[in-house]
Design a binder for this molecule. Structure first.
Ligand SMILES: Cc1cc2nc3c(=O)[nH]c(=O)nc-3n(C[C@H](O)[C@H](O)[C@H](O)COP(=O)(O)OP(=O)(O)OC[C@H]3O[C@@H](n4cnc5c(N)ncnc54)[C@H](O)[C@@H]3O)c2cc1C
Length: 305
């Protein structure tokens, strides 16, 4: 139950929203889909004195909900809902991993209200978008109360549990992701959850690029749910260049993940040991699926069953 009163503002433009943020300082909070903020307020874990509702911003004049593309990237407005990310034809074609990720979030009701921008700004360590966005080298565009824009790379955006690089008067406007549908490149997100529609105990995002001869050019794996911020598995990135991504290599990658994920988070849903073991398993699954999508022969056969 919400037991603290608050002032409600419904700005008509992004500029008005950031001016309100500046005016009210740290006691104000932006409201996007409300699927994280409102539960926190209901539980008494957040008590903003001002709520600045982004849903009333004029869609034609100042859109924050859109998906567009240029030759290199997709641009996704911060107020784009999980359902829109899941169903967007542009995202499905050029960045399948993001549609796949959105589809794993909660249930239809939450996906219809929750937004990609709200999700990354909330920066829950178990949030699903975090690992894939870091793995595909996404960038975040923000504006401040002087209407100055800046770009923050996903690697630098997540600072701590529920903490991002955004300043108090900044609004996230857009997420840019490099197009992923390149020849011999595949990506995948898989997650281990404690109930259907639940948060990730461990989420693994993998991006695999193959050379023309079928050997591995690059493999990146980022995990969510194991640390306060997404964990990029550097040993895997270093270890497979020029090698064949066969089952033996994938087993080796799983072991590297297990070794790199030292002392992961522990909570009522899963112990550290369990998360560590799941990191091994889900790293292997993510690489296997990404490699099959990139066209690796052995993994493709295995994925096809
Ligand atoms: C039952 C349930 C199950 C869920 N399961 C999952 C799950 O499996 N996986 C998962 O990833 N998530 C899950 N979620 C969370 C869901 O994805 C939320 O939609 C998301 O975390 C927050 O997005 P929102 O648009 O609702 O943001 P809000 O709740 O409105 O805001 C969240 C935070 O971000 C800030 N914010 C929002 N937009 C901006 C912006 N543009 N610029 C700057 N700051 C901003 C707000 O001030 C607030 O602090 C679940 C939620 C519920 C209620």
């Amino acid at each position: 139950m919400m037991n603290k009163p608050f002032e409600y503002f419904a700005p008509k433009s992004a500029g008005e929203a950031v001016s309100l943020l500046k005016k009210h300082g740290s006691s104000a909070r932006l409201l996007a889909g409300g699927q994280s903020l409102v539960p926190l307020m209901n539980l008494g874990l957040a008590a903003p004195r001002q709520i600045i509702d982004l849903t009333r911003i004029k869609k034609k004049k100042d859109p924050l909900s859109y998906v567009t593309a240029n030759n290199d990237s997709l641009m996704i407005g911060s107020m784009t809902t999980h359902s829109e990310v899941e169903r967007s034809r542009l995202i499905r074609k050029h960045c399948l991993i993001l549609s796949e990720t959105a589809a794993t979030i909660a249930d239809v009701q939450v996906r219809n209200r929750g937004t990609i921008g709200g999700s990354v700004c909330h920066a829950d360590p178990a949030g699903d978008y975090l690992a894939p966005l870091v793995a595909i080298d996404a960038e975040f565009r923000a504006i401040n109360s002087r209407m100055k824009g800046r770009t923050i790379s996903a690697d630098k955006f997540f600072r701590d549990m529920f903490t991002t690089a955004l300043k108090q008067d900044e609004l996230l406007t857009e997420i840019r992701v490099p197009r992923q549908n390149r020849p011999r490149r595949g990506s995948a997100y898989v997650k281990h959850k404690y109930v259907e529609g639940g948060f990730a105990i461990v989420g693994a995002a993998a991006v695999v690029s193959l050379n023309k001869d079928g050997s591995c050019d690059r493999v990146s794996v980022v995990l969510s749910g194991v640390r306060a911020t997404p964990l990029r598995l550097g040993e895997i990135e270093k270890g497979f260049h020029g090698k064949s991504l066969d089952e033996r290599a994938i087993e080796e990658a799983g072991q590297l993940a297990y070794e790199e994920v030292r002392e992961p988070l522990s909570d009522i849903h899963a112990t550290s040991d369990y998360r560590r073991e799941m990191s091994r398993i889900y790293t292997k699954r993510a690489i296997r699926l990404a490699a099959a999508r990139a066209g690796a022969r052995e993994t493709k056969k295995k994925e096809e069953g």
